[in-house]
Design a protein around this ligand. Structure first.
Ligand SMILES: [Zn+2]
Length: 101
């Protein structure tokens, strides 16, 4: 499946399920939000999904402000990475976190 910032499906790795994220009709492309499963991507790329909320560069959840990540279904292992970063008081993450409160 390709990535989209406005994905048609959710990949839930814990439940081992792929669920529709919107109404789908036959022929629709199945896409998911790569940072929902990837913390740091070995091969970042420029996104061309053309959605209004496109993040432009997809490099993994590590590079996305928490406020934007919260708009997506994020898998538990990514949530744990965020929690770990917050616990280390990473200044960048803390700033983003405060900004979105
Ligand atoms: Zn995009």
């Amino acid at each position: 499946m390709n990535h989209s910032c406005n994905p048609s499906v959710i990949v839930d790795v814990q439940a081992m399920e792929v669920k529709a994220n919107k109404d789908l009709v036959a022929g629709d492309e199945l896409t998911f939000f790569y940072p929902s499963t990837e913390w740091k991507m070995a091969s970042p790329f420029v996104c061309s999904c053309d959605s209004p909320q496109c993040l432009q560069v997809i490099a993994g959840a590590e590079h996305i402000p928490i406020g934007r990540l919260k708009k997506y279904h994020i898998n538990q292992h990514i949530v744990e990475m965020i929690t770990e970063l917050l616990a280390t008081n990473n200044p960048h993450i803390v700033l983003e976190h405060q900004h979105n409160q």
